[in-house]
Design a binder for this molecule. Structure first.
Ligand SMILES: *[C@@H]1O[C@H](CO)[C@@H](O)[C@H](O)[C@H]1NC(C)=O
Ligand SMILES: *[C@@H]1O[C@H](CO)[C@@H](O)[C@H](O)[C@H]1NC(C)=O
Ligand SMILES: *[C@@H]1O[C@H](CO)[C@@H](O)[C@H](O)[C@H]1NC(C)=O
Length: 523
């Protein structure tokens, strides 16, 4: 075959483009790094955000160590797993349905648990052993929220955080110096939609300030600071250590929520745990396919909310509602349920992403957890949200605001409501259409979020903590940041200038008057 030089060039270019698009764009790392992940306070949802980062780094040949509260953090044998033996979620005996019934104050409960939890973790021999050896690591990765007790690990070592809950304006402002304007930035945990109108902007601003004040100076941080200072007297204050982080990987993406002005040290890696579906177990796939054209409803309330604790009244409602559907229902439920209609299949565990990727799934009934919501968005499956606590109400509101599905309030549940809402989501094509729009925007990225996370993690190590990422705003006091001193100076200069001008005018005016007076005298 004889090709002209131009044609050969084109072919070569095409090959390069294909390679770039399908293969990893990252050059091989300069050497194998030692990386330590410290995640001593974590449920499965936080872990699921860390796993892709840990595995991505291990796949690059780095030595990754994980110190967590979970016995089986990952199945990846290239990751060294160390366990504190303090199973946080076992201590935290929250029945999420109690929160629904208003007879449980989750925040106060967690706050009473916190001091003992910190003592337990600090008493763990593996924790102290690793702490003493921490200088052998090139980088430490910690969770940005509820894991401040691990900050002493990062003293004098480059480290990054992962913001598992997505954008946190408090972290952005206090740690990175990127103050997000409350005129349009919703406050963490309360909403994902920008405030509308004067009243909402007013309350949103108040919440921004109150959350920041109570978290840092009143409730969470002072408790942890006391314990940290007692155990690690040499460690700088928590906020100072937090500010020394090189960057944060944020579990959000502008296509999912809204665009924020970000610093180079705030890297969006949202939906990084999402992946294409893999073949389903035989029984589940034939169950879904057996549903035919009508398809199925997939129902799961996540890993923390246990179906067995669901109050009888809700169980009855769901069973009656599902019986009336044309669809089959695949229900993640942890115990036996007597009297289940024929169109319901119950399993204590489900390969959720593989199910969501199946075209037979018409609706995902979910508690509105962040990761499950991201999975539904990735696989373009409309959601019926039943939010319970934490960030779930705001995620549910975001789903409704963006037209990605609907939300139901537990207290207002009825058989008719459940049936009609499911039917509306299935029969009205707008939910599926919006889902597909957002999903295709989410997937349209120059590199995968996982690859981006790996790149920036290695970048920080390559550049010894990458001080070039640090924004000077973080060194400023709030008076300097808001330029109150500069404004005061401008005001002072203006007052002085006005005063001087007045003197000059009075002086000149006086001369003119005097002159005309003396003129009159000699006339
Ligand atoms: C472990 O790492 C090696 C080399 O980096 C790789 O060949 C192997 O597939 C990895 N094993 C697993 C289970 O990921
Ligand atoms: C962890 O995995 C091992 C082997 O896969 C298993 O035997 C053990 O029961 C698991 N532990 C927990 C707490 O799940
Ligand atoms: C701050 O971070 C840099 C590099 O990331 C590190 O060299 C330095 O020791 C850290 N300072 C403190 C007080 O931890």
């Amino acid at each position: 075959m004889c090709l002209s030089a131009k044609a050969r060039m084109r072919l070569l270019l095409l090959m390069v483009v294909v390679v770039v698009v399908t293969e990893s764009v990252l050059p091989p790392p300069e050497r194998s790094y030692n990386i330590l992940i410290v995640l001593t306070v974590s449920g499965t949802s936080h872990r699921n955000v860390f796993i892709p980062v840990a595995e991505g780094l291990a796949d690059r040949g780095h030595k990754v160590y994980v110190l967590s509260s979970l016995a089986n953090f990952t199945t990846d044998r290239n990751i060294t797993q160390l366990n504190t033996g303090i199973n946080v979620m076992e201590d935290v005996k929250i029945n999420t349905f109690d929160i629904l019934e208003d007879n449980f104050d989750e925040f106060n409960y967690l706050m009473t648990l916190l001091p003992k939890l910190i003592d337990d973790v600090y008493a763990s021999p593996i924790f102290m052993e690793l702490y003493n050896k921490r200088k052998m690591f090139d980088l430490i990765i910690i969770d940005h929220m509820f894991n401040e007790l691990n900050y002493p690990f990062t003293h004098e070592i480059p480290f990054i955080t992962i913001a598992t809950h997505g954008m946190d304006p408090l972290q952005s402002a206090a740690v990175f110096g990127n103050v997000l304007n409350p005129a349009y930035t919703p406050s963490v945990f309360f909403s994902l939609s920008p405030p509308k109108g004067l009243y909402q902007r007013f309350t949103n601003t108040l919440i921004h300030l109150l959350v920041s004040f109570t978290y840092n100076y009143w409730t969470v941080i002072p408790v942890i600071q006391k314990k940290v200072s007692a155990k690690f007297p040499d460690a700088p204050p928590l906020l100072e250590m937090a500010r020394n982080q090189s960057l944060t990987l944020i579990n959000s993406h502008f296509s999912l929520v809204m665009p924020y002005p970000l610093l180079p040290s705030q890297v969006e890696v949202g939906a990084l745990h999402c992946r294409p579906g893999q073949p389903l177990p035989q029984d589940i796939s034939s169950w879904i396919e057996g549903a035919g054209e009508a398809g199925i409803v997939y129902f799961s309330l996540g890993s923390i909310t246990k179906g067995a604790l669901m109050p009888e009244k809700y169980l009855k409602l769901f069973l009656q509602a599902f019986k009336r559907l044309d669809q089959r229902v695949l229900w993640k439920f942890e115990s036996d349920l007597p009297g289940v209609p024929d169109n319901i299949l119950i399993r204590p565990w489900m390969p959720q992403q593989d199910i969501l990727s199946h075209p037979g799934v018409k609706v995902f009934m979910s508690h509105g957890g962040l990761l499950g919501t991201q999975e539904a968005l990735y696989h373009a499956k409309p959601i019926l949200a039943l939010p319970i606590h934490g960030d779930q109400p705001r995620n549910a509101q975001n789903i409704v605001d963006k037209g990605l599905g609907l939300s139901l309030n537990w207290k207002e549940l009825s058989v008719d409501r459940i049936v009609h809402t499911i039917q509306e989501i299935i029969n009205n094509p707008r939910y599926k259409r919006r889902m597909q729009e957002v999903s295709s925007a989410l997937r349209d990225q120059p590199q995968s979020p996982r690859e981006r996370a790996v790149f920036w993690t290695e970048y920080v190590i390559r550049h010894q903590g990458a001080p070039q990422l640090r924004c000077p705003a973080v060194e400023l006091s709030w008076v300097e940041f808001l330029m109150l001193d500069v404004l005061a100076l401008i005001l002072l200069a203006a007052v002085i200038a006005l005063f001087a001008l007045r003197r000059i005018i009075t002086f000149i005016w006086g001369r003119i008057v005097k002159q005309t007076q003396s003129k009159h005298k000699y006339d």
